[in-house]
Design a protein around this ligand. Structure first.
Ligand SMILES: [Zn+2]
Length: 382
């Protein structure tokens, strides 16, 4: 991360910006406005990534923000631009995502400092070892005169490629439910137990997995995933007595999502009951959907059209820093097409033409916002 910061600072240096690293490890670079006391627009994304990652998730949004400053070539706008490179968005090291953006939004609770990584190093120690002061995290909060937050990010999915479109405005970030289900049957001998006398936990789980997949197919925009299954005792010649599996359900409407989760819980009970098994479930995560700002979505659509592309609006199935910032300031995202829909993998890529178009879109957007009276009235909403 230190090398990453070093590289960014090298690119930022010729741009006449005031740079600092805040106490949560975020890179902050302020490009001044025409007037010194003008409000500011935040543009950013995250600098961290996952193990065995690609080269674009997160960092592309920060590089694009810097590219926009370069393209302004010293031209001042009525608002300042603060480029932010967020720390710890993925939550890989401490199991707690969005540490950097929560520090900006002021929603990071003090307990986070005591959370430890796999080697027993706490967030507090990590911040100190990086040369920062964890006691100053509250000072990382975004300035009162912040107009909006804007984030460029790769789509990380196949939708734009399928539509043959380079860019889209994100209209909402989907809410998520994560649950764990345990089907409890009776382990027994695979050879001597007739089929009609079994309480097979894996067979019940399998029936339910199929039902979950069919249910998601029937509701537009709904995605449901069983990503993990564990069976006990786990032997080739033993009927499984217990099957434990996870469920991940996402949708842009919280109502649709919670109804789907309720239906799947009822189906699990029905399947278990019919097979003389029992089932219990527990909720691991229940996170509401976050709408992006309507005014900014419209302006992004206009800017995409200015580049000669067909505008498109879509829901993000993945979480992003923008959903954390949206609690404090009007926020919006621009997605770039992801070849093959591949992300969180070294094969992750972007097309140079699409990046060029994203920069053009960003410049149109900056000019639109600069001349929009409505944009400035929005500052008080923060
Ligand atoms: Zn990301």
């Amino acid at each position: 991360m230190r090398e990453c910061h070093h590289e960014l600072l090298r690119w930022l240096q010729p741009l006449d910006v005031a740079v600092h690293i805040d106490a949560a490890g975020n890179v902050r670079a302020l490009y001044p406005a025409v007037h010194p006391d003008a409000p500011r627009l935040l543009i950013g994304s995250h600098l961290d990534t996952v193990p065995n990652a690609g080269a674009y998730d997160g960092i592309l949004g920060v590089v694009l923000a810097i590219a926009l400053l370069e393209e302004l070539r010293g031209r001042r706008l009525p608002f300042a631009i603060e480029v932010v490179g967020f720390s710890e968005e993925e939550g890989v090291r401490f199991g707690s995502p969005f540490i950097g953006s929560r520090a900006l939004a002021g929603t990071l609770d003090q307990g986070i400092l005591n959370v430890r990584d796999a080697r027993g190093i706490s967030v507090r120690q990590a911040i100190e070892e990086f040369g920062l002061n964890p006691e100053e995290i509250s000072r990382a909060q975004l300035a009162d005169e912040t107009l909006a937050y804007l984030e460029f990010h790769i789509e990380q999915g196949p939708v734009l490629e399928k539509l043959n479109l380079p860019l889209a405005a994100v209209e909402a970030i989907a809410g998520q439910s994560r649950l764990e289900f345990t089907f409890m049957g009776r382990a027994n001998h695979a050879g001597t137990t007739p089929m009609h006398l079994r309480c097979d936990a894996i067979a019940a789980a399998a029936e339910w997995i199929g039902a979950a997949e069919r249910a998601a197919h029937e509701v537009p925009g709904l995605v449901a995933t069983v990503g993990k299954i564990e069976a006990k005792p786990g032997a080739v010649n033993v009927i499984a007595g217990e099957a434990r599996l996870t469920l991940d359900v996402r949708h842009s409407s919280d109502g649709v999502r919670t109804r789907a989760v309720g239906d799947l819980i009822r189906q699990a009970q029905e399947i278990a009951g019919r097979r003389a098994l029992s089932v219990r479930e527990s909720t691991l995560l229940c996170q509401g959907a976050v709408a992006m700002d309507g005014f900014l979505i419209d302006e992004i659509q206009k800017a995409i059209a200015q580049t000669g592309s067909q505008p498109h609006r879509m829901v993000s199935g993945a979480g992003h820093d923008a959903m954390i910032l949206a609690a404090r300031v009007p926020s919006a995202m621009i997605f770039l097409r992801t070849p093959g829909g591949v992300s969180h993998d070294p094969a992750e890529s972007v097309a140079v033409d699409d990046v060029e178009r994203a920069i053009a879109c960003g410049l149109y957007l900056l000019d639109q916002l600069a001349s929009s009276p409505e944009f400035y009235t929005r500052t008080n909403r923060a």
